[in-house]
Design a protein around this ligand. Structure first.
Ligand code: NAP
Length: 256
């Protein structure tokens, strides 16, 4: 099948694209750096024409509610319309467990953006599957790269049940290959698949472990986030399917 991966040069998009290619599919890695900006509707329809599936792995790093809602909501609306116009049979979007829960989306601009993204896809005229996962192990690396001030990294202290990014890429690939009928339908009409990791960990402890792996030059400061909705709100409910690969094993194997 032909699959367009939006954000196909990013952390998850590249993993998904590589897996799909490995399974013999024709893959377009779409991003601004490859000449596709999802904010240009004409270009988007052109890229989506002839595709069987589009995977949304787009991202914007921001804490601004206004920017996050405009980006994720606007992109989801554009992708839904573009997929309908181009005759694409299935849209798969990568989202976050509990991002749509009011206590989470109310407390953080980024999660408000993810909630807006899911709401737009729920109204799409094409079949959509939302793959909701907990934080990936690699988020600890992202924290260190993006939240660094000199020798320090100021990491928001939240509880997570992180999951191996390869497990997420495997699930997304399975969902693409299974087609639009996969997954139990959620109450809002879209199909939802979820995935979590095996154990509860603190965000600051994960970041400290990566900092140690990388030579210990960065000191992690991780005060607990004062908003309870976000401090524990990202933990999945008990019935979320889980992958058993552990953070400590990933850390050991990912040493540079
Ligand atoms: N990190 C986690 O723990 C986690 C957990 C669950 C779900 N997620 C979700 O997974 C998704 C992917 O995250 P990620 O960390 O893999 O993202 P990422 O590494 O930041 O990559 C983002 C991708 O989007 C592209 N992009 C951004 N703006 C674009 C635009 N206007 N037009 C076209 N392409 C654009 C980027 O390429 P260009 O800059 O070249 O355009 C890049 O390829 C996000 O929606 C995130 O919320 C993340």
């Amino acid at each position: 099948m032909k699959v367009v991966v939006l954000g196909g040069t990013g952390g998850m998009g590249a993993r998904v694209a590589t897996r799909l290619e490995g399974d013999g599919h024709e893959v377009v890695r779409a991003a601004r750096s490859t000449g596709v900006d999802v904010t240009e509707p004409g270009r988007l329809v052109e890229v989506l024409r002839g595709a069987d599936c589009v995977v949304d792995c787009l991202n914007l790093t921001t804490t601004s509610r206004r920017r996050a809602v405009a980006f994720f909501g606007g992109a989801a609306r554009a992708v839904s319309a573009g997929a309908a116009a181009a005759g694409v049979a299935h849209v798969v979007v990568v989202s976050i467990v509990n991002a749509t829960a009011p206590e989470v989306s109310r407390s953080t601009g980024y999660y408000a953006g993810k909630a807006a993204q899911e709401a737009e896809y729920a109204a799409a005229r094409v079949p959509v599957t939302v793959v909701r996962t907990t934080a990936w192990f690699t988020l600890a690396e992202t924290f260190l790269a993006q939240l660094r001030v000199g020798r320090f990294a100021l990491v928001p202290g939240v509880r997570l049940r992180p999951v191996h990014p390869d497990a997420v890429a495997e699930l997304v690939t399975d969902v693409v290959e299974a087609g639009p009928t996969s997954g139990p339908a959620a109450t809002d009409g879209v199909a939802v698949r979820s995935l979590a990791g095996p154990e509860e960990l603190g965000s600051a402890a994960m970041a400290r472990a990566v900092a140690r792996r990388d030579g210990g030059r960065v000191r992690v400061v991780g005060p607990p986030v004062p908003v309870p909705g976000i401090r524990t709100g990202l933990l999945p409910a008990g019935d979320v399917p889980r992958d058993d690969r552990r953070f400590a094993d990933w850390l050991r194997d990912s040493g540079r």
